[in-house]
Design a protein around this ligand. Structure first.
Ligand code: ATP
Ligand code: MG
Length: 550
């Protein structure tokens, strides 16, 4: 964690909040919200916003609402809402109250009528295309719509009929009357409402008129009494509009919008539209595919809530965009699992070893520690027998220099068991090693052999006791650090992002291991049991390697 005392590290937003508390700005109250649009699963970028919003509330005895920003009915669903609730809770946070922008459709409508009455909004018949053309550009002022001076009574009448469903989609919009010459394009009479005959997952067919994000967000914040409305940097240019709407409406509360940098993580994408495309076009196996940067994907991959919160704390909150390396995220889960994951033995690519001088029917139950440093994690029994499996890589017929593992005629220690010696190598007709014949030194159980040094230690499992397992190894989804900078992000998809080892074997103690159980497979990597696991065949995901390869 961030500091030895486990205090959250300072950042400019925490500073603003504590200054506001010091001057009793909001009557000593802190209220934040996390406002996802239910149009996809949450990703690691959202985790940054969740940790910030819930964290600030927790640290200051404040409140934090979960608010679904559900004003685009075409793309939103109950399924996405449920996944969001689950992921926020899994990360370890509980909202004070749950709201939906759609809860405010009535007051939002009433506020819009108020703006029209104040001559600050008008019904416009320009098409979306015309509005865009009239808007101008950074170098060119916008042009006023011919409808801009429509009498208040006419706009009121049209707006009412828009709500009643008299007009087809796109016929009219409601726009704020601000300033078509403003250097900030967001202030050039932004659209507040558009007609959309779409079923809404909560309000059903009640509305055919839906409010726009900028209009909805500030009023929803004000209705909930939010004190600090934290959002990402791309909304900086929208802040004048946020403030304009609340000023003109004289809402009882005027939250302060503060922007911070989005999380950008290398070798993945974070836009929900692109993540949805990966899912819909089957480039991955779903929103919770362990290669996805979604919370659900990371959970399935084996990440813990602690590791993700630790990551968000380590990257900090700033006003400047920065790219974060995947290694930074990986080092958080590695640190967590090194501390907390029980150890086990698994052989990824097995090679059969027959111990010729070991009694045929004998089975010994050897005791192994579940964690080398943590006694409290206890021990388990590992069966040892005449035929064992070792890693193909741990034997070499033509050993490279300094090879410390098993070679023909050489000795190696089996972790937690005996020293064995390779007496004979069996190969197939093509010369591939298919089996080793070994002997064991009976007096080396937990003891050094007499008169000679055995340097290498390798892992193993007993053939008859081990359980078949499919191990899924992952690499980054993309071959470019910033796939979104490419014209076609899908062209940078990594064709080798998933490797499946289907003949692996894991030690007997993993029988009945439940999904989401995590292990360190000694000398291999950290793995997590997948929900595809069956009693006949375990399936595990490689969460992260033991060490950073770079
Ligand atoms: P997208 O554009 O991909 O749909 P979004 O920002 O619109 O993403 P929302 O569901 O609206 O997604 O986001 C909810 C909250 O999470 C917002 O306050 C948003 O600023 C924040 N958020 C989204 N992505 C990131 C990110 N990469 N880093 C930090 N915060 C983020
Ligand atoms: Mg959004």
């Amino acid at each position: 964690m961030s500091t030895p005392e486990n205090q959250p590290s300072a950042n400019f937003i925490r500073q603003i909040v504590s200054n506001d508390l010091a001057i009793n700005k909001h009557n000593g109250k802190i209220a934040t919200r996390f406002p996802p649009e239910p149009n996809g699963f949450l990703h690691i970028g959202h985790a940054k916003s969740i940790c910030l919003n819930f964290g600030i509330a927790q640290e200051n005895q404040g409140t934090c609402n979960l608010r679904f920003d559900d004003t685009n009915p075409e793309k939103e669903s109950i399924e996405f809402m449920q996944s969001i609730e689950k992921d926020v809770q899994w990360l370890g946070f509980q909202w004070t109250a749950e709201y939906h922008s759609s809860d405010y459709f009535d007051p939002l409508y009433d506020y819009a009528v108020q703006l029209i009455n104040q001559n600050l909004a008008y019904v416009d018949s320009l098409s979306a295309e015309e509005i865009r053309a009239y808007r101008g550009s950074l170098t060119e002022e916008g042009k006023e719509s011919p409808d801009r001076n429509r009498p208040i009574a006419k706009s009121l009448d049209l707006f009412k009929r828009m709500r009643e469903g008299e007009f087809e989609d796109g016929k009219y919009v409601l726009r704020a009357k601000i300033d078509m010459a403003s250097p900030n394009i967001n202030m050039r009479d932004p659209t507040l409402y558009r007609i959309r005959r779409t079923h809404h997952h909560r309000t059903g067919g009640d509305w055919c008129l839906y409010p726009m994000y900028d209009y909805t967000h500030c009023i929803s914040d004000a209705i909930e009494g939010i004190t600090h409305s934290l959002c990402t940097l791309e909304f900086e240019d929208h802040r004048p509009l946020y403030d304009w709407i609340l000023d003109k409406l004289q809402t009882p509360c005027h939250p302060q919008q503060i922007e911070f940098a989005r999380l950008q993580l290398e070798y993945t994408v974070m836009s929900k539209r692109k993540l949805a495309q990966l899912v819909i076009e089957n480039h991955v196996k779903g929103w919770d595919d362990p290669r996805m940067p979604t919370i659900a994907g990371l959970r399935r991959r084996g990440f813990t809530p602690d590791s993700i919160r630790d990551f968000c704390e380590r990257i900090g909150i700033t006003k400047k965009d920065a790219w974060i390396k995947m290694a930074a995220l990986e080092s958080c889960i590695r640190d967590d699992l090194n501390e907390n994951a029980p150890r086990a033995m698994a052989v990824l690519k097995p090679l059969r070893v027959v111990i010729e001088n070991y009694p045929d029917e004998q089975v010994e139950l050897l005791t192994a520690k579940n964690h080398p440093q943590k006694e409290e994690m206890g021990t388990r029994e590992i069966p040892f027998s005449k035929i064992i499996l070792i890693e193909q890589e741990d034997f070499s017929l033509v050993p490279p220099p300094k090879f410390k593992r098993l070679i023909e005629g050489g000795e190696v220690r089996l972790r937690g068991a005996y020293v064995i010696k390779c007496e004979k190598v069996i190969t197939d007709t093509a010369g591939n090693v298919i089996e080793l014949r070994c002997s064991y030194d009976k007096v080396t159980l937990g003891k050094k052999p007499e008169g000679r040094k055995v340097k290498g230690v390798i892992h193993w499992v007993s053939e008859q006791h081990s359980i078949p397992a499919e191990l899924r190894l992952y690499a980054p989804l993309f071959t470019e650090a910033n796939p979104e900078a490419q014209s076609h992000f899908l062209e940078t998809l990594n064709p080798n992002s998933l490797e499946i080892l289907s003949d692996s074997r894991v030690e007997a103690s993993l029988a009945n291991a439940k999904p989401e159980t995590r292990y360190q497979f000694e000398r291999c990597a950290y793995f997590c049991v997948d929900s595809d696991s069956r009693a006949e065949k375990l399936v595990l995901n490689r969460t992260v390697s033991l060490r950073d390869s770079k």
